[in-house]
Each structure stands twice: as C-alpha cells, then as structure tokens.
Design a protein around this ligand. Sequence first.
Ligand SMILES: Nc1ncnc2c1ncn2[C@@H]1O[C@H](COP(=O)(O)OP(=O)(O)OP(=O)(O)O)[C@@H](O)[C@H]1O
Length: 369
Amino acid sequence: CEPNTRAGRMMVLVNPLSGRGQAMSLYAGPVQRLLTDAAVPHALIVTEHQNHARELVRSADLSECSALVILSGDGLLFEVINGLMEREDWEQAILTPLAILPGGSGNALAASVADPVWGVELLLSCGFLLCKGLVRPLDVLSLRLSSGLRLFSFLSIAWGFIADVDIESERYRYMGAVRFVVGALIRLASFRTYQGRLAFLPTPGDSSTLSLPRPHPEEHGPPDDLLAPLGEPVPADWTVVEEQDFVLVLATSHSHLAEDLVAAPSAGPADGHIHLLYVRAGVSRVALLKLFVAMEKGTHLACECPHLVYRRVRALRLEPATSPGVITVDGEQAEYGPLQAQVHRGYARLISGSSIRHRPTWTAQFIWV
Ligand SMILES: Nc1ncnc2c1ncn2[C@@H]1O[C@H](COP(=O)(O)OP(=O)(O)OP(=O)(O)O)[C@@H](O)[C@H]1O
C-alpha cells in the first residue's frame, strides 16, 4: 500500500437507483459528513442513466482528479473501469485510484475490502479507508467475447445458477440483499443444468505464454498473451474440463460475492489469480442449498461436496451450449456466448486498507486512524 499522492478533488459518482434507491441519502448523510470532517475535497456526480458514468469517465479531465469514488453497487465500478480503458490515455487513466462505497444490494468488492462488517458499518468502514487513502494494486480481467468485443472486469464472471439468480432477482430489488435469497429459492424450485465446455490455465501456468501477434495497435489494454483466439483450440497446457453439464460456473477475483457470501475466502485484490468454482451436474437441490448456506461463512470448500470444484487459474474459456442463457460480468448481464478471460495482475489501483482480511470494525479503525 502507498499513500495516494495525487492532487485534486475526488470525483464521487452516485447511482441514485442502486440498491433500494437509497444511495443519495447515504451520500447526504454519513458519506458527506465523513468527507467533510476529514477535509477531503470532492465533487458529486449523480448518474442519470446507464452508461452515464462510463461516458463521463471516458472524456473527463483526470489531471485534477485524486480518485474516482463509486457510491453504488459493483456495476457502476465496472462501467468506470471500462470507461477508463476506452480513453486514448488508457495506460495512465487506469492508474487513477478507485474506491467503492457500498450502495448496491450485493456490494461484493466493498465486502471483500472491509470484511467482516456489513450494512451501515460496511459503508463507514469503506468511508474510513477512503479517507485514509492508502492505494494498492487491483487485478483486472481482460475478457474476449465471440462478437470481438473486449471488456475489463474487476470482480466476476458467472454462468448458470448464480447468473440466473442475479438477473432474475432484479424484480425483487426493493427487498435489498434479501433479493438474492428469494431469487435462489425460486431458482432452486425450478432447478436445472447448463451444457457447455470449460477450460482453464491452472496457476502456475507460466509456460503457456503464447507468442501471439501483438494486438492491433489501436486496441486498448494489455496484450492477452495467454489466450488463443476463440474458435481455435486452447493451448496444450490448459486443462479441459471433462464434464459438459454444469449447475454453475463462477470465476471471481475477490473473496465475496455479496456482503454475506464468501465464495473464495483466500482471494486477495491483487493475488494474480482467477478463483474458479464450478458445480457439476448431479448435485442434489439439498446439497446445493447446503453449499450456499456454508458460503455465508466461506466454509463451503470444506464441505467435501464431490460436485464442487475449486481451482486457482490465470485464464479460462467458457463455451455455453445451452441457449438462451445468462452470463454476468461483475454482476451485469453480458452478451451470451463463448468468452475467454485472463488476469492482468495489479493492473488498476484501489483505495483500501493495508490488510484486506480480518480488518477491525470501523470503530476500532477510527481509533487507529
Ligand atoms: N440513474 C440511473 N438510471 C438507471 N440506471 C443507472 C443509473 N445510474 C447507473 N445506472 C446503471 O445501473 C446499473 C446497476 O448499477 P450498480 O450495480 O452499481 O447498482 P445495483 O445494481 O443496485 O447494485 P447491486 O447489483 O449490488 O444490486 C449499472 O449498469 C449502471 O449503469
């Protein structure tokens, strides 16, 4: 961790519709008080529509911006990162310190950064970390879709059960975080499997770096040197998963999937791993339910469920055969079809504490600050 030495004001982006629609009151209450008390200069921007933040960040003057702060769910940060990568000066822009203040219903990154607190304490904890201003690297995944589109993700790729629950539970948004529980129970009632192919490059897998042609000079972002083009076979040292029937596939860069769901307990923000979990077809409803209950404490990997597989990987390819279907990237619905991804270690910057895991509660941090 290093102190944030960038001059200027923070740009605080608030999605007024995130979560249960309470983000503006969170800003006007605890967030503004905290930033004022800590004498942190900032400018407030309220997003007006989808992709507003992305467009704004794409063209903003970042020379006077000390950090981009997202008061929303994870989806707005996904937009901001992609907006930064769309700029002509993307190599510099992606180094702008980013920060999250939880305002959504899932808040995966905030919970990963400030675990083990939740709710208002999570917001305050993230607020204190923001005021303290220590910057650390953040892994970014580069994603290639079959349409040729390239995306950047900081959080997760999901297909199957988890992606369906995430999107189907949108209609219960007024319930807050409970929407995921309701969505999961409804999806369990109409339990199904998903066909497709999955392959990955296990960690460590340095030997597989390909000598691919350099990316097109106009393409933004680091070269994906671990990925063969979609449509060609994966490199020889990749693992091709034998099964082609799944209940879920989840690739995550962080420990938490939501405030109370710890999918990859050992994950760190710049550990250079994609934490890949998949559940093979054949798992019973009860066993799946038990896994999710265990995930509340992050103990699901110790359940010895024979259908659950966990691997640390550096790259993966997913080719869904079941159609139609849902794939989410950072909790947002993405184009459905084959995709592949590789991790770029520490490619972005995140304002967070010095020790990500087992942080003291915000009151203890207050004394510490
Ligand atoms: N004013 C707005 N009106 C409509 N959509 C918006 C607005 N501002 C942002 N968005 C879009 O809302 C989407 C969801 O944002 P985000 O994930 O940050 O919140 P959330 O969905 O409430 O969080 P969670 O997934 O945790 O519930 C993003 O795609 C973003 O582009």
